[in-house]
Structures are given as C-alpha cells and as structure tokens.
Design a protein around this ligand. Structure first.
Ligand SMILES: [Zn+2]
Length: 579
C-alpha cells in the first residue's frame, strides 16, 4: 500500500518544479543545474535529472529523489514528506496516528482558513462581504484569494476548532487565540482574513483587516513555530512561477495592492507586509528572479525607512527598480481608476534603478533647503553598494552632490570602511561579491576604451601587491571611463579578481574581461617588469589627466568663471606641466 503511494507520488510530482521552488535551476542539456541548497557554493555543482527523477550534488555528495529532497530541505520525517508531497500532488494519504507536531499545526492553520472562509460565505459574513464589495472584490475574487471573515464573537474559532479535536495548546502555538484571565479568546474578531502561505503553499499565518470598530487597521499573526515574519512574502506561493517566467517580481505594500495586481494579470506580485525589508526576503525573491520592481505609494517610497529597505534588497543581489505613480495614488486605486491599467504599465516601464530614484529624491530635498542632510543620506545609501554597482551612475551622483568624481569615490570608500568597522555582520556583507549593473558590451565588439586605461586596469587585476599598495584616490583619478573606474574601484576595495570574473560570467557581462584582455595586449607592447609598466603608464596617465584639467581651467579662466582657488590650481598645473 505504502509502496503504491510512493510510486504514485513520484509519478505525479515534477522534480524540476519541486526543486525549482528553492533552487534557481538552469537547463543544461537533458538536466538542470543550480547552486546546491545544502552547502555553500559559488559555482553550480547541483544537478537535477528530470528523466531519472533524481538530484545530486557533486560538491557535498548529497542526492536522492523527491522524498529525500523535501526531507532534507524541510526537515521532515518520511511520513511527513509523504503527506507534504501527497498534498502537493493532490493524492490522498491514509491518516496516520501520532503525526509530527508541526504537521499538526499546519493542519490547524488550514482548519482555521477553512473556518473563516465558511464564515464569510455565511450569514455572519455580511459585514465582511460589504467591505469587500466596497473595495470592488467579488465573491469569486474572495474565493480565489481564500479571503475569510472572523466573526466579532469572542470565541467563535476557538470553540469551533476545539469541537474538531484541536487542543488549546495548538491554537495558542498557531497564534490563533490569546490566553486571557478567564480562558482563551480569538485573536481575530470582526476582521476580513487574508491567509498567509509560505513559498511551498502551506498556511502559516493570517492577516486581518478591521472593518469597523476600534483597533489597529491591520493585525497579523504573531511569530511562532510556523511563522517567521522576516522570511515570508504575501502571495509568493501564487507568484513564484510568474516571477520566474517574467524575470521580475513586483513588490507592493499591502494585501489589497497585491490582490488587485494579480487580478489585473500582474501575477508576479508579492506584498512585503511592512516596509522594513529583510535579507531573507531578498534571497527568497532572488531564487526566482534577479529583478525586483518596488511599487509603494508615493508617500512611502520617499521615506528613509523605505529606502533603507530597498538598499537591503539591492545589497542582497537584487536589481531594484522603483515605480512611481503620478498624483500620490497607491497601486490599488490606480488600477481601478479610468485608464489606470495603461498608466500603471507606463509607470512600471519607466521605473528607475534605485540609485537614480534616490538621486531624484535628493534633488527634491536639496531644493527645499535640506541639502547637507540629504547629501549625507544619499552617500550613506550609495556606500552600501559596491563600486562596480555604482559605476554607471558615478557621474550623475557626482553632479548631484557637487563633488568631483575622484573625491566622490574616496568619500564613498571612506563611508564603506566606516560601515565595515562599525559592525562585523556588515563587514561580512560588504565583503560579499555583489552583482553588476554595468552596461554590457558584446564580446565581439572590442571595448571602445583608452588602451592605457585598460592596461592600468589589467596590471591592477594581476598584481595583488599593486592593489594593496596603490592609493585609491590617485588610481581612481586616472580612469576616465566610468566602467573601468568602477572595476578599478572594486579591485582596490578588496574584491577578488576570481570572484569578480565568476560573477561576470554568471551575469553574461562580457565587457570587463574583453577590456582586461585588451589591456593585456597593450601591456605586451611595453617593455620592463609589470611594476615598471605600471609606473610608466600611471605617470603618463597622471599627466594626461592634469592636461585635461589644465585645458578645462584655462577655458573657465577665459570665460571669467574661475574662482580664486581654481586660478591657483591653474597656475600650479601650468608650472608642473612645463617641467
Ligand atoms: Zn552540495
């Protein structure tokens, strides 16, 4: 009997889909490969074979079938894995006695979801239905998103589930009831209920929206054995396949926004349930796609707390884009307004990369007179990103804050070092390799960069000695090309060549390696040791940079725009260049 069910489940569960929920898989011939979820690795050595229905890791040696995968991944016993996969495949598993405690709690949550859904459909649900219809949600919509109604009575859920054999302790552990002086009472009363499921679709918590009366507008389950707020996103279980297909996720603030976007075909939407985003949530999204579009309402999107959350996502390796809506609307209102669908799509298409969004906020704040504080916040934010990530925006940032490029780069390095020293966890984060946001160039087209700059970059690349001994500010100043400058900045702030190269390969970014090989060929034409080549190139380059500055100052002087300091700089340069 058990063998029969095992075979049935193996047939019904798609191993690529199952593993794909937690591992980013890439098709390689007949198999799929990805980064092993059971050991820490940077190069994929984890293989899934759909033909054989197996998985294997060449790194840590683990492997098996769908059962061993969920047992290993979810920490389940074999009977629990049977039930878990049976539920997933829609195959009924005969009930066992003494089931694992967590499994019991999951089923208690399912019972609660069912109870609240039935209440919404019944006579007591009229208030809830009234609220939903005011929000333009039909009863079909309520069904599709499993919405429910928690009656106003004190012990409705408690009594109903106790009659079904659920213990008081289980209800408490699930956070469904609260221990009072005269016994337990329901946590959710007089609220519309939104079930929160984890990435594999198990109910783990509830959200409740008050309809009238007193109390917080939204109430969520407390954290407990099933629910960890930091590690979940609302509707991710429904959205994950669409995120994978569309290559992006859309992140909104609240339940209603997320539901509305799904109803309008944006099935890649999840809600953050608060704006303090966590690294865990970022990694969860990154399993399915590298791009995240943040759709908060305009008030929220400009707040510092929100920005910090966005940087958390970016630092965890997501490319963050910020969507802005005209007129301070939230996504839910916008989609329901006339022509809202088009406006919404337009806003998503015009979403700005996080750095540019932040520069825009900075400019607005500076106009209102908060220049110094805003500049500080802007640079603090930027310093969370690596030099490589910032490279495409350096000129824009420098222009916005009114610092020359090289000074900006050294200011950012100073802030980064401060961050590293201030906290050990920050240090480990900042030391991690970050993905690139560089403009990519085809490998076939040779980069249109100055050969001497590429040569300097190549020498930095091959010489650890140079990377640790050279002055960051001086070296950065020698690069005119922002992309090369970004890579040089990364190397000088401790990024390792091999991890950068790995990252570029993964990102399909061919520009850096072709620039480096261009630099290598250029260096071959020079004589002497690598150190001698460096000295020659950097002296030439230093002179060229000075000449360019000299010409710039001279023009300013003729136009009568040069300040006394700039005049002094001009005369110093003139004397140096004559030598
Ligand atoms: Zn492994």
């Amino acid at each position: 009997m058990a063998d029969e069910i095992v075979a049935k489940i193996k047939d019904a569960v798609d191993i690529v889909e199952l593993v794909g929920d937690s591992v980013r898989l890439v098709k390689k011939g007949r198999n799929y490969s990805g980064l092993c979820p059971f050991h820490d690795e940077k190069t994929p050595s984890f293989i899934v074979s759909p033909d054989r229905g197996t998985w294997h890791c060449f790194g840590c040696g683990k492997g098996g079938d769908v059962f061993s995968f969920v047992m290993e991944k979810e920490g389940l016993s074999f009977p629990e894995a049977l039930e878990y996969l049976g539920r997933r495949a829609g195959i009924e598993i005969p009930r066992r006695k003494n089931r694992g405690q967590t499994t019991d709690l999951y089923s208690v949550m399912e019972m609660a979801v069912d109870f609240y859904r039935a209440e919404l459909k019944g006579a007591a649900g009229a208030v809830g239905k009234g609220y939903l219809s005011r929000r333009n949600l039909s009863s079909q919509d309520a069904d599709a998103f499993e919405l429910g109604w928690a009656p106003s009575a004190w012990r409705a859920l408690n009594d109903a589930l106790r009659r079904e054999g659920v213990t008081q302790e289980q209800l408490l552990k699930c956070g469904l009831v609260i221990q009072g002086e005269k016994g337990c009472y329901d946590r959710f009363r007089g609220r519309v209920i939104f079930p929160i499921r984890n990435v594999s679709g198990r109910a783990i918590a509830l959200g409740g929206r008050i309809v009238d009366g007193e109390g917080a507008k939204y109430l969520n389950s407390p954290e407990g054995p099933l629910y960890n707020k930091k590690e979940n996103l609302y509707l991710l279980d429904k959205a994950k396949n669409a995120i994978r297909e569309k290559g992006r996720s859309i992140l909104v603030e609240g339940y209603m926004d997320a539901i509305r976007l799904h109803m309008h075909g944006h099935r890649e939407t999840v809600a953050s349930l608060g704006t303090s985003l966590t690294e865990e949530q970022a990694l969860l999204l990154k399993r399915f796609s590298d791009k995240c579009y943040i759709c908060y309402d305009s008030d929220t999107a400009g707040q510092n707390a929100t920005l910090r959350g966005m940087y958390v996502l970016q630092r965890a390796g997501l490319q963050v884009f910020v969507v802005r809506f005209p007129g301070g609307k939230d996504p839910d209102e916008m989609l329901q307004s006339e022509g809202g669908e088009d406006l919404f799509n337009e806003a998503v298409e015009n979403a700005q990369p996080l750095v540019l969004h932040h520069i825009g906020l900075f400019k607005a704040a500076a106009e209102k007179g908060g220049q110094a504080k805003a500049a500080e916040e802007l640079l603090e934010g930027m310093a969370q990103l690596t030099a490589v990530e910032l490279a495409p925006y350096m000129q824009e940032i420098a222009h916005a804050v009114g610092l020359p490029d090289y000074q900006l780069a050294s200011e950012l390095n100073r802030l980064r070092r401060g961050r590293r020293l201030s906290s050990r966890t920050e240090e480990s984060l900042a030391g991690d390799v970050q993905p690139l946001d560089l403009e990519t160039a085809d490998a076939e087209t040779p980069p249109s960069c100055d050969p001497a700059e590429m040569g300097l970059l190549y020498l930095l690349w091959i010489s650890r000695e140079l990377r640790v001994s050279a002055s960051v500010a001086e070296v950065i100043r020698m690069f005119q090309d922002p992309r090369l400058k970004g890579i040089a900045g990364a190397l000088l702030t401790g990024e390792q060549p091999e991890s950068l190269e790995h990252l570029w390969l993964e990102m399909g970014d061919h520009f850096p390696m072709s620039a480096l090989s261009g630099g290598a060929s250029f260096c071959d034409t020079l004589s002497g040791t690598d150190m001698e080549k460096w000295q020659k190139l950097s002296a030439d380059q230093g002179r060229r940079v000075k000449q360019a500055r000299y010409i710039q100052l001279k023009a300013m002087m003729f136009r009568g725009e040069a300040s006394p300091e700039e005049l002094a700089e001009y005369w110093t340069l003139a004397a140096e260049l004559k030598r």
